[in-house]
Design a protein around this ligand. Structure first.
Ligand code: 13P
Length: 255
């Protein structure tokens, strides 16, 4: 299992979580810093924005990082209901997920919009976790690699570096379905992503970028998926809502 670059296991709570969910943050923060259980990866939770500040306060002093799930591209202005990257940084985020397939599909976000959001994250000094991935139809039509290429070209800014950018490959058909690609399929797509990043950023930079796999990652399939070459961690949805399950996934990476 590759430890270089340092893997990242991030939990995306999506539109889930009330104040009562903060106890999960406390549990996760407690476990990942305990001598016996300390995982060999960075650990992040991206709660809804309503819980960011409270989660930051609960995680204070621990190595648990907090992220946001989306942002507006502008720094401030007349955008009712939207949040800027600066606001999210101010609330406690160190990273922002951009271009999640649920936003691409439900909010019509194009790769150009996603790129502008990634640039907003950089402007605020945050890491952009840029999501890409094909639908079931696209996979059936053998278009997975061309879709991924197109999304990388359109969504990854020229200013991307290993320090400010993480790529999350999330096949749309694997999200929340219990279905996962085979490790062989994951290996093909992740190798392709690394190759495309090399074209876009140059070899040295591309090697340092973390490429996460996301889509139905659970404690019982994490080891197999995380062992695949060019997989540098996971973006976890449902299984990140319960501390114990999420910790089970982070434990895949031994310190
Ligand atoms: P699930 O882990 O619930 O399939 O969700 C994956 C995801 O979309 C994370 O961003």
């Amino acid at each position: 299992m590759s430890k270089n670059p340092k893997p990242l296991v991030a939990g995306n709570w999506k539109m889930n979580g009330l104040k009562s969910s903060l106890k999960q943050i406390v549990k996760i923060a407690g476990k990942i810093d305990s001598k016996k259980k300390k995982p060999g990866c960075e650990v992040m939770i991206c709660p809804p924005a309503t819980l960011l500040t409270a989660a930051r306060d609960k995680a204070q002093g621990s190595s648990l990082k907090l992220g946001a799930q989306d942002c507006h591209a502008d720094e401030a202005g007349a955008h009712t209901g939207d949040l800027s990257a600066e606001m999210l940084a101010n609330a406690g985020a160190t990273a922002i997920i951009v271009g999640h397939s649920e936003r691409r599909a439900n909010h019509g976000e194009s790769s150009a919009v996603v790129k502008a959001k990634a640039q907003a994250a950089y402007r605020a000094g945050l890491v952009a976790i840029i999501c890409i991935g094909e639908t079931a139809e696209q996979r059936k039509a053998n278009r997975t690699l061309s879709i991924v290429t197109m999304q990388l070209k359109g969504s990854v800014p020229a200013e991307a570096t290993p320090a400010n950018t993480v790529i999350a490959y999330e096949p749309v058909w694997a999200i929340g379905t219990g279905l996962t690609p085979t490790p062989e399929d994951v290996a093909v797509v992740h190798a392709h992503i690394r190759k495309r990043l090399t074209v876009q950023m140059g070899e040295k930079e591309a090697q340092g970028v973390r490429i996460l796999y996301g889509g139905s990652v659970k404690p019982d399939n994490a080891a197999e998926l995380m062992a695949v070459e060019n997989v540098n961690g996971a973006l976890v949805g449902g299984a990140s809502l319960k501390a114990q399950e999420f910790i089970g996934i982070t434990a895949t990476y031994k310190s």
